[in-house]
Design a protein around this ligand. Structure first.
Ligand code: ACO
Length: 446
């Protein structure tokens, strides 16, 4: 029997798969054991995309993520109201007894639909004896009435008074998925309708979640041109709010995001729950699928570690092949890793730089400055340069050198001037002569 020959198409898909899977691996590693709160809009719950979303949620639990789900119920309220010719209620209206009954019914249906979807055996599970993901719900929320606002008694509309974080933690520790509906109970035993955003905010802060993820109908936060903004930090969110360009719902999401980010939650994501796979794309790819928000700017520069060597060598490889940078192998990197700093976003290295110190001459050499091609011209090169200048100043060096074959102008534009071989530290002069690269020499007084 002859061995089947794989077509080009198969190889393309295989390579693609290998690339994507490798790209996802740092995230898979990072999220293991982390707590995520998902706030799912009722528009998603009533859609035909619920089954696919539930399968992705189950995949996250199988990768070791601890999940809390909160959900909306407005679409269920509308349907029940239509069936009974009753008056539907909106989020901001008074909740009287009849409306509260409607909310309870809607939450019940939403919960059962979610539980059913999450009880399906995902197609990726081959062993059907694998136990169900256990879902727990309960009285995790203590509520208080909104009371009288502008002379109007808000009835059974309430706000979150307390979250029983210890109880949620107990369930998560038993590998259970926690499902929380937007109804809370008061100390006097009365139930109150709660805004979904507020529930998501209070829960994610109380349990110190890594992420709060809103799954709604829009792809993310939109700018003036209705384009999705992929990343925002708290300063940018405030600027966006000040420009008053977002609709009421997005404004509420942005306000919630700022609050939770300033109270310990690491990231807030706004995604479409109606796009198949958006949750996986957001969590496991560099590009994401919606808007990702963090307290501080996403990039940071930190000292390089041995675990970064692979990524630094990947950055160097094409430049080494083009003769722009000196060859460096993993042995060299292991011995000099303490001289390197990396520019990191999430779990990925987007740039690096090294500082070699010549203590006797009180001089430093900036070397191996690289910004990944997909992150260039955003000022990161300059950030890495400033970082090295600061390091050199802290070491009380007096001069910084840079040797380059074709980035001279970049250094000149940033305060360096041309220098001669004799101005280099003696040891460096010898290396320069022996490697025959004829790099141009630049220096900057510190
Ligand atoms: N010569 C002159 N200007 C350049 C060069 C160059 N070789 N490369 C980029 N620039 C300009 C860009 O055109 C851009 O100019 P603009 O703002 O007018 O559009 C500006 O530099 C961008 O500046 P930053 O955003 O601060 O820098 P960036 O993050 O893009 O990184 C860097 C600059 C590190 C040079 C990047 O282009 C890179 O990695 N290049 C390949 C590696 C390299 O040559 N490294 C230097 C080796 S020498 C040494 O390490 C000592």
């Amino acid at each position: 029997m002859s061995t089947p020959v794989k077509g080009n198409q198969d190889f393309f898909y295989n390579n693609r798969f290998i690339h994507d899977f490798r790209q996802a691996s740092p995230y898979i590693h990072h999220f293991n054991g982390k707590t995520l709160v998902l706030a799912i809009s009722s528009h998603v719950l009533v859609s035909d995309k619920l089954a696919a979303l539930a399968a992705d949620i189950l995949l996250l639990t199988s990768l070791g993520m601890r999940l809390v789900i909160t959900h909306g119920c407005s679409q269920f309220i509308r349907t029940i109201a239509d069936c009974h010719n009753a008056i539907s209620i909106d989020k901001n209206s008074v909740t009287d007894e009849a409306a509260l009954r409607l909310v309870k019914q809607a939450c019940g249906i939403a919960r059962f639909d979610l539980e059913a979807a999450l009880s399906m055996i995902p197609t990726q599970v081959m062993d059907h004896s694998v136990p169900n993901v256990r879902i727990s719900s309960g009285n995790f929320l203590r509520a208080k009435p909104l009371g009288v606002i502008n002379g109007i008694d808000m009835g059974y509309s309430g706000s979150v008074r307390k979250v029983d974080a210890a109880a949620i933690e107990e369930h998560l520790a038993c590998n259970q998925l926690v499902l929380i509906s937007p109804i809370g109970h008061s100390l006097s035993g009365q139930s109150y309708r709660l805004p979904v955003n507020e529930v998501a905010q209070a829960v994610s802060e109380a349990i110190n979640a890594e992420k709060l993820i809103f799954l709604g109908t829009q792809q993310g936060i939109l700018d003036e041109q209705q384009q999705t903004i992929s990343k925002l930090n708290c300063i940018e969110i405030r600027q966006l709010l000040a420009r008053n360009i977002t609709d009421k719902r997005q404004t509420k999401l942005l306000q919630t995001a700022v609050h939770v980010l300033e109270h310990g939650v690491q990231r807030v994501h706004v995604l479409s729950g109606l796009h198949d796979g958006s949750l996986l794309l957001e969590l496991f790819t560099r590009e994401g699928s919606g808007t990702s928000m963090a307290k501080a700017p996403f990039m940071r520069i930190r000292p390089a570690e041995n675990k970064d060597i692979g990524e630094i060598l990947q950055l160097i490889a094409p430049l080494e092949a083009a003769g722009i940078l000196l060859p460096r192998d993993s042995e060299y990197m292991e011995n000099h890793i303490h001289e390197f700093s990396v520019l990191e976003q999430d779990c990925y290295v987007y740039g690096c730089v090294a500082l070699h110190v010549y203590p006797q001459e009180r001089a430093g050499e900036l070397a191996c400055l690289i910004v990944s091609p997909n992150a260039r011209t955003r000022g990161y090169g300059e950030l890495l340069l400033s970082h090295v200048i600061k390091q050199a100043q802290e070491l009380q060096l007096q001069v910084l050198f840079a040797l380059s074959t074709n980035t001279g102008d970049w250094f000149i534009e940033r305060g360096f001037t041309s220098a001669t071989l004799t101005q280099l530290p003696l040891k460096r002069q010898q290396q320069y002569t022996s490697n025959k690269r004829q790099s141009k020499i630049f220096r900057r007084q510190l």
